[in-house]
Design a protein around this ligand. Structure first.
Ligand code: C2E
Ligand code: MG
Ligand code: MG
Ligand code: MG
Length: 277
């Protein structure tokens, strides 16, 4: 776009901007109906032990197949939903969907693994969040030990007192808390002691270069070592190749989530993975 401005082709720039603006408005308007019309689904990305031989959990990731726009990435519609408030609809839909699946899988005697669900900061402000989580878990007879909630580092470290009250609420139900995207906010390691989390997820941006860059590698190694001293379970996100796996094995990372072992897949395919586990 910067190039277009340099060429003084303002017309093209302007229409492109307008179209983009229109699609953003359309996305905002269509979320609620999209949920009613079953346009959303949940994909599951397996998490593995360090050598990739065992599925130890999975992350639930929402997908939206819009009637006329096709697949829209959560990176695009989640921030919009957070602004409009529809994230509460989305979040509850995902949570209920996952609980329903867990109860289905239990009845089919699949090997159950904990499923983590992303929760936006906005959702933490809902006064009935704890009640909703409890009701839903009970409605489907789900063991709350099989559910984890992921909140991002930025969410977790903004207004720490408020967050800790919310974390306590959620943990009182037996649901574990994971800090997502660690290394992307502008926090420091000492912040890790401020919030009462159970699991730390080191972000892909920190992991992506460990096989080429000694500094990245040392940083990840230090975060893992400190986290373990603090009693946290560590997940490395966005692991894409076996060189990275090898390094993470040396640095004693417990859990790997990344394309190297599995991409996010629909529930049918995921069921296949845990059935044949
Ligand atoms: P996230 O929670 O950090 O989820 C991990 C993202 O990294 C997923 O993208 C996943 O597909 C991607 N990923 C996993 N392994 C690799 C890898 O090896 N390489 C690369 N390049 N990417 C990898 P996805 O599914 O597009 O989701 C993007 C973000 O959208 C999520 O980041 C999360 O912040 C948000 N999101 C997704 N589902 C939900 C949801 O149900 N609720 C909320 N509030 N946010 C969600
Ligand atoms: Mg996540
Ligand atoms: Mg993440
Ligand atoms: Mg992310």
């Amino acid at each position: 776009k910067a190039k277009i401005i340099q060429n003084q082709n303002y017309y093209v720039f302007d229409t492109e901007l307008k179209q983009c603006h229109h699609s953003l408005i359309k996305i905002e308007q269509d979320i609620a109906t999209g949920i009613k019309n079953n346009e959303f689904s949940v994909y599951y990305q397996a998490k593995f032990n360090i050598d990739g031989s065992k599925i130890v959990g999975a992350e639930a990731l929402i997908r939206w197949n819009h009637t006329d726009m096709g697949m829209i990435s959560p990176c695009k519609f989640i921030p919009i939903a957070e602004k409009s408030g529809d994230i509460n609809l989305i979040g509850r839909w995902v949570f209920e969907h996952v609980c329903k699946k867990l109860s289905e899988w239990k009845h089919n005697s699949y090997d159950l693994v904990p499923i983590s669900i992303n929760l936006s900061r906005v959702e933490l402000y809902q006064p009935d969040l704890r009640q909703f989580l409890q009701n839903t878990v009970e409605k489907y007879g789900v063991d709350s030990k099989l559910i984890e909630i992921e909140i991002t580092e930025t969410t977790a470290l903004n207004d720490v007192d408020f967050i800790n009250r919310k974390i306590k609420d959620i943990k009182s139900l037996g649901i574990a808390i994971s800090m997502d995207d660690f290394g992307t906010g502008n926090s420091t390691l000492s912040n890790l002691k401020l919030v009462d989390i159970d699991i730390l997820k080191i972000d892909r941006t920190l992991v992506s270069d460990i096989e080429n860059d000694l500094k990245s590698k040392e940083m990840v190694a230090t975060i893992i070592e400190l986290s373990k001293k603090l009693g946290l379970e560590v997940v490395c996100e966005g692991v894409e190749n076996l060189e990275q796996v090898q390094i993470l094995k040396h640095t004693k990372c417990d859990i790997i989530q990344g394309f190297v072992f599995a991409r996010p897949v629909d529930s049918l395919e995921f069921e296949h993975m845990i059935k044949n586990k």
